[in-house]
Ligand binder design. Sequence first.
Ligand code: ADP
Ligand code: NA
Length: 350
Amino acid sequence: EFKPLVFSGVQPTGNLHLGNYLGAIRKFVALQENNDCIYCVVDLHALTAQLVHEDMPGQIRSITAAFLASGIDPKSHIVFNQSAVPQHAELAWIFNCVARIGWMNRMTQFKDKAGKDREQASLGLYAYPSLMAADILVYRATHVPVGEDQKQHLELTRDIAMKFNLDFMDHIRRAGQGIDITVGDEPVHAYFPMVEPLIDGPAPRVMSLKDGTKKMSKSDPSDLSRINLMDDAEAISKKIRKAKTDPDALPSETEGLKGRPEADNLVGIFAALADKSKEDVLKDFGGQQFSVFKPALVDLAVEVLSPISAEMRRLMADPAHIDSILRDGGERARARAEKTMNEVRDIIGF
Ligand code: ADP
Ligand code: NA
């Protein structure tokens, strides 16, 4: 058995939104209790879509502040910035040579983000999942909390780990590394673990407030489509009041939310914020109109988010303090990553 270790990352691009919070950061916080956790601001990933950024250090501090304000403890765990640990990029190169072009061609996020003119997308955007695999596996992490949009990338991470383990099996043994595990029914002598995605809860995919079929995203041009972590009570209230719904009352828990994407999204958000199941929310609100449900959702969202944004503001007022936390985390992450890279270089015969 590999020792359980949690890794995840968030890009320092634009404002964090409720999808990032419920799909990722909130899970990061909960996982600290029973696990060793490494949480990363993935600045190298931010280059894939756009090379030049207005205020990268400020963006990095802002994500770090969101981590800390949400309750991540940088002393018991590790919080750092990706480019402070060059071993990520080194392992990503090796993984670029392990991964197959056919695997990359199946990635739906690349197709979405590259848009129509795919020939003009960066090679980095195309190879993004290989860097993500390196982020995780350079610590030999076993569990990755993310939103549902990252599921396919985690499957690719497993494919890369498996191919590395199989292609280098004899080398891994000869280097005195790796352990015997079973994958499916197959015994494998593995250097890299098969990561388990942690994608669960009532809102694994938070959808746009304007269009219940698109995911809530910072790249949506309409600010009304998302609740930002830094939105004040007035903005949160306005966005939820304006959120698209159907004209019917909320269903009972037995009727359920099938075929009602907007209602499903709002109930899922309520459930996640209240730490309940969607069924429990429908037990309370089934048969009620949105004119009753929405104000309750506003109150709950403000109650959960306003202490976080207040604490983020407080932290952001002291950039040197945030930088010192990142420096400390970077040193600890680098020591662990270098241990892995020493072993990997030995395995591949460098
Ligand atoms: P974005 O997708 O907005 O560019 P990132 O790629 O930095 O954000 O994602 C950071 C984390 O937030 C990832 O774990 C991702 O799965 C999660 N996430 C992003 N959008 C959503 C969403 N709409 N619902 C749930 N989780 C999400
Ligand atoms: Na994403």
